[in-house]
Each structure stands twice: as structure tokens, then as C-alpha cells.
Ligand binder design. Structure first.
Ligand code: SAH
Length: 370
């Protein structure tokens, strides 16, 4: 009897991405370096190359012995992301990149230059399990969690691109990272918190971003919010509320079946108490769906009931997604929604929607070839 050989090229490669330097804590890095026959202090040199010089090219690492460079890099910096395509908008100030992962899962990240900052929107999961009906990624279902290394590599590659003047001309320093790409970050907690540490630790242990310039956006996983509050890293929390009442939120954000509006808002308030960081409430304005004056009133009431100065609201005009019947609110209705919130003392800023013409705006990230 013969057994057919399996053809690896035809199989999607399953399982975990390979171990990467950025997945490891300092003690594990020192161990890994020692196992490769090098003194532990090489781990710090490698960290400097990675987080400070933004390189994984052995040729750049001239402070390492030539004979050891290739094996250190080969073992500790396996390629995790391969660029598939890149689309630009806004005269080069917005760049969306499609990445291929080791198992051929595809993810996207979006880099945006503003006069005062450069922001990267990162992906934390391939697909998403939260199934919000107005979000393109939500329609894909969840393929898998990204590893910390896969998230951190999105940041290194974007920081390099910005530094090298590939974001509309002059060199730019990546200053902000938002977990608003594909996926629910708090459903991939371990990898996301490792990435948050790498973002906010000073070089050479991290990229040295200010915690306030890192935003973790969530559908409202209450246990995850409380855990994040206890980490001692005051990143900005964004809560995707989209409706102030359970009846409508049950439909727009299905996890509301598990944690109700009031529970999510209580967790957001606890986050403010623990970190001192003002929480953002995200509210995609969907025409005739959630944009009514009475909902603006109810939202203001629920936020004010939990105190002053702890929150602000970011309405986002809905970015249409393929096949959806929903569209953005009428600008007049949007203005009225904002006016009501402000009248009740709630700081409110409409979020700009960069990159909608390249399907790179909030909620539009989905892989076309699927
Ligand atoms: N899962 C996380 C982060 C991903 S999306 C979360 O839900 O917060 C980042 C933001 O974009 C969220 O506030 C999300 O609700 C919003 N969003 C999703 N689809 C959108 C769309 N079609 N138009 C505008 N915003 C959208």
C-alpha cells in the first residue's frame, strides 16, 4: 500500500509563527543568545539594532563578531511579514500595506502623516471574531491571533518607512500607534500587552513612544479593560460604544450580549481612575440607525452620570463597507449629534477618516482577494 505524500506547498502552513526576538522577555533573550554561543550582553546590542536602528540586517550590525551575525539574525529575527502591496492616498501622506504572514494569512496596517504626528494603525488579529455588522473585518470571522512579534514588526517597518522619508517626502518620526486595525486587541491580550510594552519602553528595550500616544481600542471586553488598567502603562483606552442603549448595541456590537452598555462604561470609568487617562468613546454615526438626538441625549446622560472630565467622544462618520445597506449620517444630523453632546459638557471631536478611497479607513480593512 502506498501513502500519498503530503504536498507542503499546497497546504496552508498552520500553527504558530516562529519564535522572534521581540516575543521574548530580557531573560529569555539572554538565554537565547547564550544558546547560540554568545555572551548575554549581545541581547542588548541586538535590541539596540532592532528598536533604535530599526534594522534586522546582519550587515548593519558591525559591533557584533562577523562570524556570529548571520546565525544570531537567522535564529532570532526570522522574517514574519512580507509586503504584498502598498497603496497610497492623500498625496502620499496615507499608506496602507498588505502583509503576508508565514501561514499565508493576510493583514493590513495603515500609516498616516499629520502636521504634528505620524500614526500607525496596527492589526492584532487576522480577521476578527466580534462580528460587528458594520465593520468589514467583522464580516471575515477570526483566522488567528497575531503573535507579539507580528504586531511589533508592523511597527518597526512603519517606523523605518517614516524615518526614511517614504511617507510623503521628509523623514518623519512615528509618534503614535493605535490598535484600530483588524481584530479585537483585548481578545489577544498576551501578545498585545507584550507589544504595548515594546512600544512604550525606552530604547534599547523598546521604541520609546509615550504611553499616551498608544491607543488600545476595544468593543468592551470588561475583564480585558480591567486587566489593562492594572498593568501600570497608561495607554489611551478607546471604547467602541456606537449606541448608548442595550437594545441597539446588542445589534451593532454583538459582544453586548455579554457585557452591557453600563458594564462597559463602568469599566471605562475604572480605567480612568486607575490610569488618569481620559477615555475615548468611539461612535460610528450610521444614518437613521444610531444618530438620533435622543441617543445623543442618553449618551451624554450616561457619561455625565459617571463624573466629569474623564471621557471624550469621537464620532466617526461611518465608512461604507461592501454589501452593507448602511451609510454615514447626514452632515446636518452629525452636527446636531455633536452639538447635543457639547451642550451637555462632553468634549467631542469628529474623527477624520483617512484613506477611505484606498479602503484603509476604520472598519474597511478586509482582504479583497478573499
Ligand atoms: N476591535 C476594536 C478595534 C478595531 S476597529 C474595536 O472595535 O474597537 C477601530 C474602530 O473602528 C472601532 O471603533 C470600530 O468600531 C470602528 N469601525 C468599524 N467599522 C467601521 C466603519 N465601517 N466605519 C467607521 N468606523 C468603523
Amino acid at each position: 500500500m502506498t501513502t500519498l505524500p503530503t504536498l507542503p506547498m499546497l497546504q496552508p502552513r498552520r500553527g504558530k509563527p516562529p519564535r522572534h526576538f521581540t516575543d521574548l522577555d530580557p531573560a529569555e533573550r539572554a538565554d537565547a543568545v547564550k544558546q547560540l554561543g554568545q555572551p548575554a550582553f549581545r541581547a542588548k546590542q541586538l535590541a539596540t539594532h532592532y528598536y533604535d536602528h530599526l534594522t534586522v540586517d546582519a550587515g548593519d550590525m558591525t559591533d557584533l563578531p562577523a562570524a556570529a551575525r548571520e546565525s544570531l539574525v537567522g535564529e532570532l529575527f526570522p522574517p514574519l511579514l512580507t509586503k504584498v502591496t502598498q497603496l497610497t492616498a492623500d498625496d502620499g501622506a496615507t499608506v496602507k500595506t498588505l502583509w503576508n504572514l508565514i501561514d499565508h494569512a493576510k493583514v493590513e496596517s495603515v500609516l498616516m502623516k499629520y502636521p504634528d504626528r505620524a500614526t500607525l494603525c496596527v492589526t492584532s488579529q487576522a480577521g476578527c471574531g466580534m462580528a460587528c455588522p458594520f465593520c468589514a473585518t467583522g464580516q471575515m470571522g477570526l483566522t488567528r491571533n497575531l503573535s507579539a512579534g507580528e504586531i511589533i514588526e508592523q511597527v518597526r517597518l512603519a517606523a523605518r518607512q517614516a524615518r526614511d522619508g517614504e511617507l510623503g517626502g521628509d523623514p518623519v518620526r512615528l509618534s503614535n500607534v493605535v490598535f484600530m486595525g483588524m481584530g479585537e486587541p483585548l481578545a489577544n491580550y498576551a501578545a498585545v500587552i507584550t507589544a504595548v510594552r515594546a512600544l512604550t519602553s525606552p530604547p534599547p528595550e523598546g521604541f520609546g513612544l509615550s504611553a499616551r500616544h498608544v491607543t488600545v481600542s476595544t468593543v468592551g471586553l470588561v475583564t480585558g479593560i480591567d486587566r489593562l488598567a492594572s498593568e501600570g502603562i497608561p495607554v489611551t483606552l478607546a471604547l467602541s460604544l456606537h449606541a448608548p442603549d442595550d437594545e441597539l448595541r446588542d445589534e451593532l456590537v454583538p459582544i453586548n450580549a455579554r457585557w452591557k452598555v453600563d458594564e462597559a462604561l463602568d469599566a471605562a470609568r475604572r480605567y480612568f481612575d486607575a490610569t488618569g487617562r481620559r477615555v475615548s468613546i468611539e461612535y460610528a454615526l450610521i444614518r437613521d440607525m444610531n444618530d438620533h438626538a435622543h441617543r445623543a441625549e442618553l449618551l451624554a446622560k450616561k457619561l455625565n452620570a459617571r463624573g466629569d472630565g474623564w471621557v471624550h467622544v469621537n464620532p466617526i462618520p461611518l465608512n461604507p463597507t461592501p454589501g452593507s445597506k448602511w451609510t454615514a449620517s447626514d452632515p446636518k444630523v452629525e452636527q446636531e449629534f455633536v452639538r447635543i453632546l457639547r451642550m451637555h459638557g462632553i468634549p467631542t471631536t469628529i474623527r477624520d477618516t483617512r484613506g477611505s478611497d484606498i479602503d484603509g479607513a476604520c472598519g474597511q480593512l478586509a482582504i479583497k482577494e478573499r
